[in-house]
Ligand binder design. Structure first.
Ligand code: ACO
Length: 328
């Protein structure tokens, strides 16, 4: 029986830090408001030369190093991003070139914040079917390029960064690695969070190049409520699918969108808060990069030991949502 194990993790955050106090100087907001409503204290902002592929390549190299796998051994690169370098070719192809993954296929997937869980789910199928051995899944975003820096209700939330995992095939009957993934979408809720204008829509083809047209718009309050509901549901589904109860969970690595959303879900799941990994205060919402960055940090902090049962959960634009259970 083929299992899909996480053999290595890596992450990369741009150097530039933008604090809530910096934002106070340019917007009608306050550190106190941002901190209490979201849990965010600061976020990272990509430098001029740092696109999603650049951040992704840094994270990918670290993940390969930690997995002790050479780039040439990769079969597929899946890059999860909503902020691709260009419309095409895929940003994954730039990463492939950058890291020298000469034998892999490479493609992007778009599921916004849920991208990484979707990416894991795709990798899981390729590996468990026996088709491929090594799959690199990366989440990488330069959200700072698509936020409206005059809109205080959204720009305070987002940050830039990248995280990556190498998934590897293991033949064993032991339940280990990615035990299951559960992904969902509801296009009826597409207007909750969106970058409403894009190149493929006729009405903006003539206005192409106007950066104001390419900004995140979000109904924060409505998103908050549906996020709590959907993540709670999908986590319960993931646990039940694996015959686990809440006491069996050693660590929860949630998407870092809003500390209050995480708290609300964890309260409903009745899992102790000490079992939850949080780094939103440092990076804000890095969208598809959020979970792999958190997994990498949790690993380096010694929070993930062999045998650890980890639950990951996410919600994002689409609406998309998902969860996965991993046994290390
Ligand atoms: N500083 C000060 N005041 C603010 C700010 C700010 N930065 N932003 C909004 N406000 C004001 C509003 O104008 C409003 O004022 P009013 O009462 O006078 O009208 C008041 O604060 C309350 O606004 P709400 O929107 O009700 O605030 P809420 O408590 O809902 O927090 C937030 C807003 C943080 C956006 C929250 O709704 C949230 O986190 N939503 C979910 C975001 C999310 O999870 N998105 C999913 C992933 S993102 C993706 O996929 C790309």
């Amino acid at each position: 029986m083929f299992r899909a194990e996480i053999a290595g993790t890596g992450s990369y955050l741009p150097e530039k830090i933008l604090t809530n106090f910096d934002l106070e100087k340019q917007l009608d907001t306050s550190d106190e408001w941002i901190r209490t409503r979201t849990g965010i204290v600061e976020r990272r902002i990509a430098g001029k030369e740092e696109s999603s592929s650049v951040l992704a390549a840094h994270a990918a190299r670290k993940a390969l190093e930690s997995a002790k796998i050479k780039a040439e051994e990769l079969d597929i690169i899946i890059l999860c991003t909503s902020t691709p370098d260009v419309l095409f070719p895929s940003t994954a192809c730039f990463v492939q070139k950058e890291i020298g993954a000469t034998h892999s296929a490479a493609f992007d997937i778009s599921a916004v914040c849920s991208g990484f869980v979707y990416g894991l789910s795709i990798a899981e199928q390729y590996i468990k079917s026996g088709r491929y051995r090594h799959v690199l899944v990366i989440g990488s975003e330069v959200n700072s390029r698509i936020v409206d820096w005059t809109d205080r209700s959204t720009c305070i939330l987002f940050g830039d960064g990248a995280g990556a995992v190498v998934m590897t095939r293991k033949e064993t009957t032991e339940p280990c690695g990615l035990l299951s993934s559960h992904i969902y979408s509801d296009g009826n809720l597409s207007s909750l969070i969106e970058v409403p204008k894009a190149i493929g829509r006729a009405e903006v083809s003539t206005e192409n190049g106007n950066p104001e047209k390419f900004c995140i718009k979000m109904s924060g309050n409505a998103t908050f409520k549906v996020a709590v509901k959907r993540m709670t549901e999908v986590c319960l589904e993931a646990l039940e699918y694996n015959g686990l109860c809440r006491e069996d969970v050693d660590l929860v690595v949630p998407h870092q969108a809003n500390k209050r959303i995480i708290d609300a879900v964890i309260k409903r799941l009745q899992i102790p808060f000490e079992k939850v990994f949080i780094n939103i205060h440092k990076y804000g919402n890095t969208s598809a990069a959020s979970i792999p960055i958190a997994i990498d940090e949790a690993k380096r902090a010694g929070r993930i030991q062999p045998g650890c049962r980890m639950l990951i959960m996410v919600v994002g634009a689409g609406l998309t949502w998902g969860a996965a259970v991993i046994r290390w």
